[in-house]
Design a protein around this ligand. Structure first.
Ligand code: PLP
Length: 417
């Protein structure tokens, strides 16, 4: 029995699904999940010692490559000074200041411990600050476990936010209006119907959880002006895109300014850090200045924050984003040729360090289109590459990520796999 099989057997005794969950499984079709034991630069090694080139980057945080020596050293230094204090830390202020210095729409920011906590806190704050309850979200956009606050009434989907499984009270669920991504007319209609009841719109400004869908021309600007007109808040969930598609996330690329932004992944450099921030007058609604209570035992702990701060410093070095952009484009072009040679229906797109691979003939613009993939082609192509030592992405609905460690040599090896 292989080490992966032994570990899977053990995990089945203690972990529901034995880690083989739809989002975390790392396996070929019908195969045993791989248990990862080590990661360095652009590589992962599983329990049997098999090496993989990694394009998931721990679901995004590993943007400077796995186990970057400067990040490891910063974590070690911080750990030697104490793991967590349950009190304000200097490192917390430094990371907050680093985020504010880089993203102009963020005037004040609170650190939390995950992307989910960031989106939940932002939604809660938007409700508290506006005194309204309804939320607009878009089908296919993922906001972490916070989706449990955001499902449509009666949704039978097996989602992270299934109302029956999450125990969310019905009156809460009924407050969410779920619309199609890129359908501005539907947003206008929702404001026409519910106007003064809508607290906020939450959106992935480039959707990385439907593979990779870019906003249509004018979509984000349209959301901005509808929110301003109706006194609702615009929340950009940049947990995936923040510091990845460019130094100021999608808001920097689009020039559209949200009221609140959520961040995680990159800002923790592999450690649990999330953040939500934005307009000072809204952020000041948090206690003790305002009525919205918000605090977490491990928020801003110095060890996690040290990894994030060092990662942001590395990202600020000249040429960092150009490298991500170039390597994503090379990878995507190479995969396109490979798929063509294999006769697989395929197209691809990229932005900064994020790429989408679509097993269909055109780049999708909506959730419905993103769901129309040729699953056979996906399985053959992706799982074939996994068996040849390349972990491109776990599913047909997730973006993949390129890091600083994806050199030309790594990309060539990938395309040869
Ligand atoms: N928001 C977006 C856009 C995400 O991609 C994710 C996670 O993938 C989350 C929120 C949730 O973040 P976390 O998994 O850190 O709770």
């Amino acid at each position: 029995m292989s080490q992966n099989e032994i570990l899977f057997k053990r995990a089945l005794q203690s972990i529901p699904g034995g880690v083989n969950s739809p989002v975390r499984a790392f396996r070929s079709v019908g195969g045993t999940p791989r248990f990862i034991k080590r990661a360095k630069d652009a590589y992962l090694w599983d329990a049997d010692g098999t090496q993989y080139i990694d394009y998931l980057g721990s679901w995004g945080p590993a943007i400077v490559g796995h186990a970057h020596p400067e990040v490891v050293a910063a974590v070690q230094r911080a750990a030697e000074s104490g793991l967590s204090f349950g009190a304000p830390t200097e490192a917390e202020s430094q990371l907050a200041e680093a985020i504010i210095a880089r993203i102009p729409s963020i005037e004040k920011v609170r650190l939390v411990s995950s992307g989910t906590e960031a989106t939940m806190s932002a939604i809660r704050l938007a409700r508290g600050a506006t005194g309204r309850n309804k939320i607009i979200k878009f089908e296919g956009c993922y906001h972490g476990h916070a989706d449990s606050l955001l499902v449509k009434a009666g949704s039978g989907l097996l989602t992270f936010g299934n109302p029956t499984s999450s125990g969310v009270p019905a009156e809460f669920v009924a407050h969410t209006i779920v619309l199609d991504y890129n359908d501005l007319d539907a947003v206008k209609a929702a404001f026409a119907e519910y106007g003064q009841e809508i607290a906020c719109i939450i959106v992935e400004p480039i959707a990385g959880n439907m593979n990779l869908i870019k906003p249509a021309e004018g979509f984000l600007a349209g959301l901005r002006s509808l929110c301003s007109e109706h006194g609702a808040l615009l929340i950009f969930d940049e947990v995936m895109t923040g510091f990845r598609v460019g130094p100021q996330g999608v808001q920097g690329l689009s020039g559209v300014t949200p009221d609140l932004t959520t961040l995680a992944k990159v800002i923790g450099g592999g450690m649990p850090v999330g953040a939500f921030g934005g307009r000072a007058d809204i952020m000041d609604q948090i206690a003790p200045l305002g009525p919205v209570y918000q605090a977490g035992t491990l928020s801003g702990n110095p060890v996690s924050v040290a990894a994030g701060l060092t990662t942001l410093e590395i990202l600020s070095r000249p040429g960092f984003y150009e490298h991500l952009q170039t390597q994503s484009a090379k990878l995507v072009a190479g995969l396109q040729d490979k798929a063509k040679a294999a006769g697989v229906p395929f197209c691809a797109d990229s932005v900064g360090g994020m790429f989408g691979l679509y097993f269909r003939d055109t780049v999708p613009t909506s959730f419905a289109q993103a769901s129309e993939v040729n699953h056979e082609a996906f399985k053959t192509f992706f799982h074939g590459m996994l068996d040849n030592g390349v972990h491109l992405a776990p599913s047909s609905y997730e973006a993949g990520f390129v890091s600083a460690a994806h050199s030309d040599e790594i990309i060539e090896k990938t395309l040869d796999a």
